[in-house]
Design a protein around this ligand. Structure first.
Ligand SMILES: Cc1cc2nc3c(=O)[nH]c(=O)nc-3n(C[C@H](O)[C@H](O)[C@H](O)COP(=O)(O)OP(=O)(O)OC[C@H]3O[C@@H](n4cnc5c(N)ncnc54)[C@H](O)[C@@H]3O)c2cc1C
Length: 419
């Protein structure tokens, strides 16, 4: 028979979103229990955009990354054409990001949660939600050895990432009809980076309709990932190695870079990357981080969205529990608004990144009244920067320039070299 346990706040998943929520709750004096049930995905480098570094400060752990064994300062992104003949640096202005090993980042976040008084139930995966009418009251959880626990809670935060515990069980997740992508990635050592892809930048190599990205980890280690159209997944026989190989085949300079490098582990892949969820909150629950929807790894905002929505949901739960004792969907209003705003912003960035005319403008390298700066500001994760409207107007100008490029390209004399 399943053991029974009752907790105040249950958080499914101890990734960045779950840990951000647990840290926020701990600071507000509300007990949170984290379930972490899935095996680790292996090592990979990720960019903590400047906005994510700021978010860690707001969570009360400003030095978290600096305490990690290995991390590298990231000064911006480099955008390159597939043949690397053209490349341009998009430096973060007045701020820096961090390039981190995700395993180490998660380890540091979980240690911070435990230090703050949070509870962690490792090796226990949520397998099904339990409901009383429309109110979510808890989950049934299972350990790898088959042991089961029924856990009831006053509030549940689903921070289970792309595995999307609640929405996949409830049929709430939908693919983006016009953005069907697959991705593959692996980490390599013994890589000597070329001049066009410096070690303190994430390189984005455009091979539309997809991208390769290179995330340096220092010491000659680099995570190389690829996002391609979903049909490439079928064409390559659902093989992660062949999917990554197909992307590398489209960019000889990156392929050449890895020819003499050592691959550290297996190639990993996700067959269907982008999904959205209609309702991200209801009575007693809220979806945060990737569990609330995910779009594309070419815009490195996943950690930012996880940390911000985790913090916001933590504040919503603490406020409702401390003042009213129970939660309705309305209590999650601030987190719902934030999630939608972040998703809209990401959708805009993704649309622009996949626009070959806008890429041609960016690759041309000119500064058009600060339009490039505005774009990199958004990529840096400055979601509500000071002078927001001026920056948005500048970013809009970039879009207008792309329109001009499109028009002149159709007329046969493009103002910038086409991609
Ligand atoms: C190859 C790759 C590169 C990326 N690069 C970047 C980057 O450079 N910058 C960036 O910002 N973002 C990047 N992202 C996106 C980023 O990794 C995610 O957006 C981020 O991890 C989301 O955090 P999360 O906490 O929502 O989910 P996750 O980090 O996925 O955490 C979810 C946790 O829940 C656990 N879990 C899942 N199901 C259950 C269950 N049923 N019961 C219990 N536990 C469960 C999982 O084991 C996991 O620990 C990248 C993603 C990929 C795949």
């Amino acid at each position: 028979m399943a053991r029974h346990r009752s907790v105040d706040v249950l958080i499914v998943g101890a990734g960045p979103a779950g840990c951000a929520a647990a840290l926020t709750l701990a600071r507000a004096g509300v007990a949170a229990t984290l379930l972490e049930g899935a095996p680790p995905e292996g090592t990979r480098g990720e960019l903590l955009a400047p906005g994510s570094v700021r978010a860690l400060g707001e969570l009360g752990v400003p030095d978290l990354v600096e305490a990690i064994e290995n991390f590298t300062v990231c000064r911006g992104l480099t955008l390159a054409s597939a043949d690397a003949e053209r490349s341009t640096r998009l430096p973060f202005t007045g701020c820096q990001g961090r390039l981190v090993d995700r395993g180490q980042l998660d380890g540091a976040l979980r240690a911070a949660v435990l230090r703050a008084g949070g509870e962690m139930l490792p090796d226990l995966a949520a397998v099904s939600p339990t409901w009383e009418g429309t109110r979510l009251t808890g989950v049934l959880a299972r350990a790898a050895d088959g042991r089961e626990e029924s856990i009831t809670c006053k509030a549940l935060l689903d921070a289970s990432g792309r595995r999307a515990f609640l929405s996949s069980r409830m049929g709430w997740a939908f693919p983006y009809p016009r953005h069907r992508k697959a991705m593959a990635w692996s980490t390599f050592s013994g890589v000597t980076l070329p001049d066009w892809a410096p070690g303190d930048h994430v390189a984005l190599v455009a091979m539309l309709p997809g991208f390769l990205w290179l995330t340096p980890l220092g010491g000659g280690r680099v995570t190389v990932g690829a996002v391609l159209d979903r049909r490439a997944w079928e064409e390559t026989g659902a093989s992660p190695d062949r999917l990554l190989g197909k992307a590398l085949g489209a960019s000889p300079p990156v392929d050449w870079l890895l020819a003499r490098a050592d691959q550290e582990g297996p190639t990993r892949a996700v067959s269907s990357v982008a999904f959205r969820v209609m309702d991200v909150a209801g009575h007693g629950y809220c979806l945060i981080g990737d569990a609330a929807g995910y779009l594309d790894p070419a815009v490195p905002h996943g950690l930012l969205a996880g940390l911000l929505t985790g913090q916001s949901a933590g504040l919503d739960v603490a406020d409702a529990l401390l003042h009213r004792g129970r939660l309705t969907a309305v209590d999650f209003g601030p987190t719902i608004t934030l999630t939608r705003m972040l998703q809209r912003q990401q959708l805009g960035l993704v649309r622009n990144l996949y626009d070959k005319d806008l890429l041609a403008v960016l690759l041309a390298g000119h500064q058009h009244l600060g339009a490039r700066d505005a774009f990199i500001d958004l990529l840096a994760g400055s979601i509500l920067p000071p002078r927001r409207w001026r920056r948005l107007a500048r970013a809009w100008m970039l879009v207008e320039l792309a329109e001009l490029q499109r028009l002149t390209r159709h007329l046969g004399s493009p103002i910038f070299e086409p991609l």
